[in-house]
Design a protein around this ligand. Structure first.
Ligand SMILES: [Zn+2]
Length: 743
């Protein structure tokens, strides 16, 4: 159909609508169809649409009744009628496709997908069913979304909704040019393709141009189309423009106060910016009106759990810590934040506009609520403007999580998002943040995992110009992790070849809204394709050997593991050394370093065990039992300073360990590092140890040695309070008294 023809159809359709509306208003018997009602709604004529849908609920056939109940928000009854309709017409694919859409709208994607698949079993060429699968997959940023939507378009090229969905997916992938084209295709098919207009408006806004002409077009068709604003808001949030996203979610609920999906997102995004009162109001309104999707329910639960948190002001930081671990974590987080501000202020040559709120969640599920509905991993930490939410070290198995790396990573985002006013592609801000982790210490940050080695071997790294795609819509498992690694190494490479200031130049270019290809050309002086080539050559020099050795490594590591299991220690030591050289970065579970240390210990060669564990430590290994063993060996070898430094590393990994703090406190006390000893003994006390009396005395002793007699006395008394006869406390109290008299 030509555009002109479509326009004519629309005019006729409008005239028909007017008729349907007046007939219904006049109470004249007219059997409206679901399409009549959908059209009224599409034009924002809500009251008439409501009447229209009501009239459908009395229809003779259950399929029509289902549409009527759905349109009047009687979802349970709509569901019943769909069931009835499928019982009457079991082979009808269309009923299942529509039923699936209802399920999708009512947060049951599993059931929705089942129904779409059932529809396809009955009619393999059902475009609506593929479109439905596209919608379901789009919710989870599944790469199949593109595939399904493409299929729907192939089967029915005139299905403008499928083109709208495709435009939306392409824009999610930051492919503005192709999103623009798809939106135009939809508009050619239907001049009333409202979501295509919204995609256009979003493209304009993301490029900092005015969306007004598109918003006006939407308004002309449907003055109360909140979904359009919500779609724009979704893209702003995806691009981390939370404040702008909130503005558009507000417009969405202003246009349509019953658009609960948008109201829920408004609440969730206000929470991301650290607010509590308004989000609670908005989310409760959604909940009370029956909008109870996972995100809404979990966000309300998270708001309730805030009563278990303390909000602590520490210099330029607002720490939000769970009461049960606030005393323990506070000093470590406060000190680290101070260190980060100092480093980044200097490095990025800027100051942040306000305090940063750091929220630390001991329950991983609470943290996960923060990242629901967002692409990517969101595994350990996430940044929303000046708010960081992250896992607590206590929420993860010991050794799995380096909270220090995560905090530096997220804080890099805070600076870079601020510096660019949120106009920075995902790959670059992630790459820089990953790069910063190893800048703090070469031992920090993640190592190249086997998944990454395989991706490099199979040439699955993306061109820099397309790298964003690897974060949003992964095409193979672990592509997100591979993309983090690649982006990080790109930043390593840029720093190594052009210097650290070049990275800052790029930050400023992105702030000026240049695209990735433009920034590569302008700041690095080469075409993106040439950059990819040279980067790959550089990367190959660094990891090529490991990649080439990979299969051999895998076989040999298995062998070492079984030798270790059978206690064939000589074999472990001989083969372990070889395996280690094949892939030195492998520090993850079942690594050769720990196997070899175990063998050395079994053979009584403590010096060799210490040597291999030191190599493990230096390459970034941080499994707590291994490092504790190393510290013990270092102490035996007469290197207490090394032992303390080893244990101190674990404070960044798993500080929820009384034994660690006691041992480190003792070491530092013996080395006259009294502030360090005070911090560690305080940590012991904060963990509520069984032997409170000795914990308090140790702390008192450290304070005394540091010249803080008042505090020393407080803690001696605390010790005597729990154990009045405890001799070391009595002795220390006398010492304190003597020293006061002597003064
Ligand atoms: Zn990140």
């Amino acid at each position: 159909m030509t555009a002109k023809g479509t326009l004519r159809t629309t005019r006729i359709l409008l005239r028909v609508l007017v008729c349907v509306a007046c007939l219904l208003a006049a109470g004249i018997a007219y059997a409206a169809t679901p399409d009549d009602c959908h059209a009224l709604r599409k034009h924002g004529r809500r009251a008439e649409a409501q009447k229209c849908y009501e009239s459908l609920t009395a229809a003779r056939d259950p399929f029509t009744r289902a549409e009527g109940f759905w349109g009047t928000e009687q979802y349970q009854e709509a569901n019943n009628q769909f069931r009835l309709a499928t019982e009457q017409s079991p082979q009808n694919a269309m009923i299942r496709a529509r039923w699936g859409r209802l399920m999708h709208e009512r947060f049951n994607n599993t059931e929705a997908a089942n129904l779409f698949n059932e529809a396809l079993q009955r009619d393999p060429k059902n475009a609506q069913a593929y479109y439905g699968l596209g919608l379901v997959s789009a919710d989870g940023f599944d790469s199949k979304a593109v595939e399904y939507t493409r299929k729907a378009i192939d089967l029915d090229p005139k299905l403008f909704e499928a083109h709208e969905l495709m435009a939306n997916l392409l824009l999610e992938d930051s492919n503005e040019a192709r999103a623009f084209e798809e939106a135009d295709v939809a508009l050619k098919l239907s001049p009333e393709a409202l979501d295509a207009m919204a995609v256009h408006a979003a493209i304009e806004l993301l490029a900092d141009r005015s969306p007004d002409s598109w918003l006006e077009k939407i308004h002309q068709v449907n003055p109360v189309y909140g979904e359009g604003y919500a779609l724009i808001a979704h893209h702003l949030v995806l691009n981390r423009r939370y404040v702008d996203g909130i503005t558009y979610y507000r417009k969405a609920v202003e246009a349509d106060p019953r658009l609960w999906s948008a109201r829920s997102q408004l609440g969730i995004n206000l929470m991301r910016l650290g607010q509590e009162d308004e989000p609670r109001k908005q989310l409760e309104m959604c909940y009370e009106n029956g909008f109870r999707n996972e995100e809404t329910v979990n966000s309300l639960r998270l708001l309730d759990s805030y009563k278990n948190f303390l909000t602590l002001k520490e210099g330029d930081t607002i720490l939000k810590l769970n009461k049960k671990e606030a005393d323990l974590l506070r000093p470590y987080f406060a000190a680290e934040m101070k260190r980060i501000y100092a480093a980044y202020d200097k490095k990025y040559k800027m100051k942040l506009p306000g305090p940063v709120q750091v929220e630390v969640y001991p329950d991983h599920e609470d943290f996960a609520v923060r990242t629901m509905g967002m692409p990517g991993l969101g595994a350990l930490g996430v940044t929303f403007g000046l708010v960081i939410a992250m896992d607590s070290p206590s929420g993860r198995p010991p050794g799995e999580f380096h909270w220090g790396s995560t905090l530096w990573h997220e804080m890099s985002h805070v600076y870079i998002l601020t510096a660019t006013n949120f106009r920075v592609p995902r790959w670059f801000t992630e790459g820089l943040a990953v790069h910063e982790e190893t800048e703090v210490s070469p031992e920090w940050g993640d190592r190249m995992t086997p998944d990454i080695v395989v991706a490099i071997r199979d040439k699955k790294l993306l061109p820099v110009a397309d790298l964003d795609r690897g974060f949003i819509r992964p095409e193979y498992p672990n592509q997100v992790i591979v993309s983090y690694y690649q982006a990080g190494r790109i930043c390593d490479y840029i720093k190594e070849r052009w210097g650290a200031d070049k990275l800052l130049d790029m930050v400023h270019s992105f702030a000026a809204h240049k695209t990735t290809p433009d920034v590569i050309r302008a700041d690095l002086g080469m075409a993106p394709e040439e950059f990819d080539k040279q980067f790959m050559e550089w990367l190959d020099k660094s990891v090529g050997k490991t990649v080439a050795n990979f299969d051999q490594w895998r076989t040999k590591l298995k062998d070492v593991a079984s030798q270790a299991k059978n206690k064939n220690y000589d074999a472990v030591l001989k083969q372990g050394e070889e395996v280690r050289r094949l892939y030195p970065d492998y520090i993850y579970p079942a690594n050769p370093y720990e196997f070899m240390a175990e063998a050395d210990m079994a053979k009584g060669d403590k010096a060799a065990a210490a040597e291999i564990l030191t190599a493990y430590e230096k390459i970034g290994g941080h499994n707590p039992p291994a490092l504790k063993q190393l510290a013990a060996l270092e102490l035996e070898q007469g290197k207490p300073a090394d032992a303390a430094a080893t244990l101190d590393r674990l404070n960044y990994v798993y500080p929820v360990d009384e034994d660690l703090h006691r041992r480190l406190g003792d070491l530092w006390f013996a080395q006259n590092n009294f502030p360090g000893a005070i911090r560690e003994y305080n940590a012991v006390v904060s963990m509520g140890p069984i032997d409170k009396a000795s914990a308090q005395v140790n702390l008192a002793r450290a304070y005394f040695a540091a010249g803080q007699k008042d505090k020393a006395e407080d803690h001696v008394l605390a010790s005597l309070e729990v154990a009045p006869d405890y001799r070391p406390a009595q002795k220390l109290l006398l010492q304190l008294k003597d020293s006061n008299e002597g003064k």
